[in-house]
Write a protein that binds this ligand. Structure first.
Ligand SMILES: [Zn+2]
Length: 506
């Protein structure tokens, strides 16, 4: 079963920030979860290095666009590694293989009769690298995203007949109600299509930094056309000596932020249709993480900077927090104190302490061997069907809901240990079987939640599973009672140690 997940390629005119980390984390959760299910996964991320904004940012710094790309692509690669992301490839749109493939596909769109020469006049946002319609403009002719005042620009260039794809796109949306998720974004994209599509300029005459238009080398391919094609081109050269296109195309899911909905849900499928290439299965849109008003936190200062959080608290804590705090798909507020609170109450106390207490009791009362027993019916019932529910949530890319299901079981195990008070049972020899049952159930419950948590917090889940002597990550065994006692437990240490760091100077 092939499964191909992508993040947008990140624009190298700035440094990586929490928003980039968010999408990469989400894509990695999908990739890791699907590998647990035995899928053949390909996970792609990378950098978008062409276009006017990069050329402008480089000019400001007094370096070439290539130098800026080289410098920032490294940072984005480091971010993926720091987050423990398991991307199979990191594409850069300056890769010669990508550029050659872009020229090839654009030529196909041209040869199929979807391109003509024309001139365009309209409000242009240099930071979006996009013309805006009158309807999109905010008061004072401002870009709705960048809030800067736009001026009217005129250009002679090559046009893509996007308008002729209105009907095919409407058909696509009618036939595939899951093509764009969540539903409100599907509605938004469909309304945009139904409002009437204007042809799209496919090239830029004023700019030199990009892929030359194959039949007119005086122009470069519009940066968005170039960038969108990365999802397709990467497969042709990501693995040396092999073309993975037949295996992984069409993509299973493109994860994106809502600001680039129009490009992915309208222009991208139209381009693919024009080139005679299958459209992706699904485009999933997440919201924004908003940094609200809040007081300075002790360890993080007043921002959530992904490298800093990962350095102080480890990547798992950041991965957990962003998916736990804000319901995936919606906008929501994050804050350094919110992070610290969840770190302490949920990660350190509810999960970390439960694990260390359980292991300590197995060590003390049962010489470090998980006793053989069976879980009580009420616990088995509370865990019943958990793996299937998590799978279903993840198939819908409802990552917060999936995490919620798992966390409810962690809370359940905490209640169980309080109710049963194994430290009391240990004082009474008549309760030996009962104590066996409690310790077995705790170890087994921790195993199940950790297998399911693994995509979210791979490092911590792996350490815990190793400590309880059960390292199998397959979801088939993620049911309470699937594994018998008898394992020798090991050292775990603190999964989420207390952090005493001082805030950096702001
Ligand atoms: Zn803009």
């Amino acid at each position: 079963m092939p499964y191909y997940v992508t993040t947008p390629i990140y624009y190298v005119n700035g440094e990586p920030h929490l928003g980039h980390a968010y999408t990469t984390i989400a894509a990695d959760v999908l990739a890791r979860h699907m590998r647990q299910r035995g899928a053949d996964v390909f996970f792609l991320t990378g950098t978008d290095e062409h276009g006017e904004p990069v050329a402008q940012a480089a000019e400001k710094l007094g370096i070439t666009p290539r130098e800026l790309g080289d410098k920032n692509a490294v940072r984005f690669k480091e971010l993926a590694a720091r987050l423990n992301a398991t991307n199979d490839f990191f594409i850069r749109t300056t890769d010669p293989e990508h550029m050659a493939k872009v020229a090839e596909v654009v030529q196909r769109i041209h040869d199929n009769g979807h391109v003509y020469a024309g001139s365009y006049e309209g409000y242009y946002c240099p930071r979006c690298a996009d013309f805006k319609t009158e309807a999109e403009l905010e008061e004072g002719n401002r870009c709705p995203i960048h809030k800067i005042e736009l001026t009217i620009e005129k250009e002679d260039n090559w046009f893509f007949r996007l308008s002729t794809f209105q009907e095919p796109l409407e058909r696509l949306y009618a036939e595939r109600p899951g093509f764009v998720a969540p539903q409100n974004r599907y509605n938004e994209a469909l309304a945009f299509i139904k409002s009437g599509l204007r042809d799209l300029s496919l090239s830029r005459a004023r700019l030199k930094w990009g892929v030359p238009v194959p039949w007119d080398e005086s122009q470069v391919v519009y940066v968005w056309i170039d960038a969108l094609l990365n999802y397709y081109t990467a497969l042709s050269y990501a693995r040396p000596g092999e073309d993975l296109t037949d295996m992984f195309w069409p993509a299973t899911v493109h994860l994106i932020g809502k600001d680039i909905l129009k490009f992915h849900a309208v222009i991208w499928p139209a381009m693919l249709m024009a080139a005679g290439i299958e459209v992706p299965e699904k485009v999933t849109i997440h919201g924004y993480l908003l940094l609200g008003e809040h007081k300075m936190s002790k360890s993080l200062g007043n921002v959530i900077e992904p490298f800093q959080v990962a350095d102080i608290y480890g990547p798992d804590a950041l991965r957990f927090y962003v998916l736990r705090e804000v319901s995936f798909g919606a906008d929501g507020e994050v804050s350094p104190e919110g992070f610290e609170t969840r770190y302490t109450t949920e990660l350190a106390n509810e999960y970390g302490n439960l694990a260390s207490r359980t292991l300590a009791m197995i060590e003390r009362y049962r010489d470090g061997v998980v006793p053989s027993a069976s879980a009580p019916d009420r616990l088995t019932a509370d865990f019943e069907g958990l793996a299937d529910v998590v799978k279903a949530r993840i198939d819908e890319v409802e990552l917060t809901a999936a995490l919620d299901e798992i966390w409810r079981r962690i809370k359940r195990l905490n209640r169980y240990v309080q109710d049963e008070a194994p430290w009391q049972l240990a004082k009474d020899d008549a309760e030996a079987d009962h104590l066996d049952q409690v310790l077995y159930t705790l170890a087994e419950g921790l195993r199940v939640v950790s297998v399911l948590l693994h995509p979210f917090m791979p490092g911590s889940a792996e350490r815990l599973l190793e400590a309880i002597g059960r390292e199998d990550l397959s979801l088939d065994a993620a049911t309470l009672g699937a594994v018998e006692g008898g394992a020798k437990v090991g050292e775990l240490g603190q999964l989420f140690p207390r952090v005493e760091a001082e805030a950096p100077a702001a």
